[in-house]
Design a protein around this ligand. Structure first.
Ligand SMILES: Cc1cc2nc3c(=O)[nH]c(=O)nc-3n(C[C@H](O)[C@H](O)[C@H](O)COP(=O)(O)OP(=O)(O)OC[C@H]3O[C@@H](n4cnc5c(N)ncnc54)[C@H](O)[C@@H]3O)c2cc1C
Length: 486
């Protein structure tokens, strides 16, 4: 993506101090609400979720086809599936986005697999739909999630991008033209036919609706990448295997299979060719720009969970006649672990500033609550025209007509949060196990589970290697002609 105005150079004030630039725009009320959200999630995680963590992990280790039904029931009971849906659509979003990533940290500190496997697949699907600005579909899906949740039943969605031969390539727009995709759509009367398969889709076996990203033309995936909504009972669709993966056991990673699966026009979220060329790229970049920050918060939570496990161990186990915590070597390890938590938290918070103040400005309870959405839903005349092409184009322009600079800054910060969060999470789990020795390998203490879980955070949402190249591409190389990683 080419910058559309003069590059202020690396380390410009705006790039370096996003939070300072926007402090004045954050209302006190929003901070108070964020505090309430985080406290509420902490109580949920510690009192309700924690008792299920080890038993669910063990259950699915013994039977990979088992699902985390008890956790899903808990999510419904606490209205978490409608947590990203704004109140004006009947959802349970509190009203402030700034509490979102710290709340993710709270959940992941107790059970990253619930956050990643149960909530994140659903969240990724919701984000993909919201960002695509198809309000008719978004409202329909939101209404169903809310209605079922009120009746005490889960209604879940997922988002399928990855395929067996195309992972990183589909998440990195520059690699997309050469991606070895097989899933594709073909236009037919009244809709499209989907063929191919997707894999490693979070929550696929629990999902009622699948959000599918696939091109119309396999020879031009970047130009024709589109989005479809596929209900689980569609003819021509079936679920394949659940991956037997090392960690994040509470979340299924599913294979989805399409054999002439008919998607009616009303379920085509967007057709790539009908969007301006740079919007196609920006939609994908924005989805990942949002969700990678969440992975950073998740990694920070795991780093914290590992710290807490090591602290408990150090207080309770003796070495050379006194509790481990009295030894200087252990004090240093624990301090290093705590430093990691604070460092990676500050990175995802800063990334959140970039997202919530430049790309999605507003007090935003969800991606849908920018100022434009407020006008659209609160003004009776505007509301009547919300499904029109003019309104959709205006919404797309609001999101994706940003200077490419803002989008590039977001790309850098979201990848930074993802890499730092997942790497520090990994490092802390490693340090916890080193300190705990054989005791740490016991399932009942939870540290070995966190170790198995965190590895996956370094892989999904683009591997950390690819995210590093993504940062290089969008930040370091942006004004060095001829230097590109891909
Ligand atoms: C638990 C879990 C849940 C997931 N959930 C979802 C989901 O809900 N939806 C979804 O669509 N996907 C999901 N994924 C898939 C995930 O996004 C991919 O695994 C990820 O994008 C990496 O792709 P890959 O596994 O195919 O690795 P590959 O792309 O095959 O990469 C393999 C290796 O090659 C390196 N590499 C690849 N290309 C390049 C390059 N051009 N230059 C340099 N190095 C390169 C990578 O860094 C890596 O080291 C999930 C994955 C996991 C593990």
């Amino acid at each position: 993506m080419k910058p559309d105005f003069e590059d202020p150079g690396l380390f410009s004030f705006d790039d370096s101090f996003a939070s300072l630039c926007h402090l004045g725009t954050i209302k006190k009320k929003a901070i108070q609400q964020a505090r309430k959200d985080v406290e509420k999630t902490r109580v949920f995680a510690r009192e309700h979720l924690r008792p299920l963590v080890l038993s669910t992990d063990l259950k699915i280790q013994q039977n990979r086809d088992a699902l985390a039904d008890e956790m899903l029931a808990l999510a419904v009971q606490h209205q978490m599936l409608s947590g990203s849906i704004p109140k004006f659509l009947g959802g349970n979003s509190s009203g402030v986005m700034f509490g979102m990533n710290p709340s993710i940290e709270e959940l992941a500190a107790v059970e990253p697999a619930f956050q990643a496997g149960v909530m994140a697949g659903h969240g990724l699907g919701m984000v993909a739909l919201m960002v695509s600005q198809n309000l008719e579909i978004m409202e329909r899906v939101a209404a169903k999630v809310v209605e079922e949740e009120r009746a005490g039943r889960p209604f879940m969605i997922d988002c399928a991008i990855t395929e067996p031969m195309a992972g990183s390539d589909v998440e990195e727009f520059d690699l997309l033209p050469h991606a070895k995709l097989v899933s594709h759509a073909r236009k037919v009367d009244g809709g499209a036919l989907l063929n191919g398969n997707k894999c490693f889709i979070s929550g696929g076996h629990s999902a009622d609706l699948h959000v599918i990203v696939a091109p119309f033309n396999l020879n031009d995936p970047a130009g024709t990448l589109s989005m479809f909504l596929v209900p689980k009972d569609s003819s021509g669709f079936k679920l394949g295997r659940v991956e037997d993966k090392m960690g994040m056991k509470a979340g299924s990673a599913s294979e989805l299979l399409f054999d002439d699966c008919f998607v009616p026009d009303e379920n085509i979220v967007y057709i790539g060719e009908e969007l301006p060329a740079d919007f196609r790229e920006k939609i994908l970049l924005s989805v990942l720009g949002i969700t990678r920050i969440a992975v950073g918060a998740m990694g920070t939570g795991v780093a914290r969970g590992a710290f807490e496990a090591a602290l408990e161990f150090a207080k309770n186990q003796k070495w050379k006649g006194k509790a481990v915590i009295h030894h200087q070597w252990a004090q240093e390890v624990l301090t290093n672990m705590l430093m990691n938590v604070y460092m990676s938290r500050s990175v995802y918070l800063e990334a959140g500033y970039v997202l919530f103040t430049t790309v999605l400005p507003g007090e935003a309870p969800s991606i849908m609550n920018t100022r434009l959405f407020e006008i659209l839903y609160n003004n009776p005349i505007a509301r009547r025209f919300r499904y029109s092409k003019i309104v959709r184009d205006a919404m797309l322009k609001q999101f994706f007509g940003k200077p490419s600079w803002d989008i590039q800054r977001l790309q850098f910060f979201s990848s930074l949060a993802k890499v730092v969060g997942s790497d520090t999470g990994m490092e802390n789990c490693h340090m916890a196990l080193e300190m705990m020795g054989e005791v740490g390998l016991r399932h009942d203490l939870g540290a070995e589970k966190l170790f198995r879980d965190i590895k996956l955070c370094q892989i999904f949402e683009g591997t950390n290697q690819l995210n590093r190249l993504h940062m290089f591409n969008h930040f370091i190389a942006r004004n060095i002609p001829g230097v590109r990683p891909f």
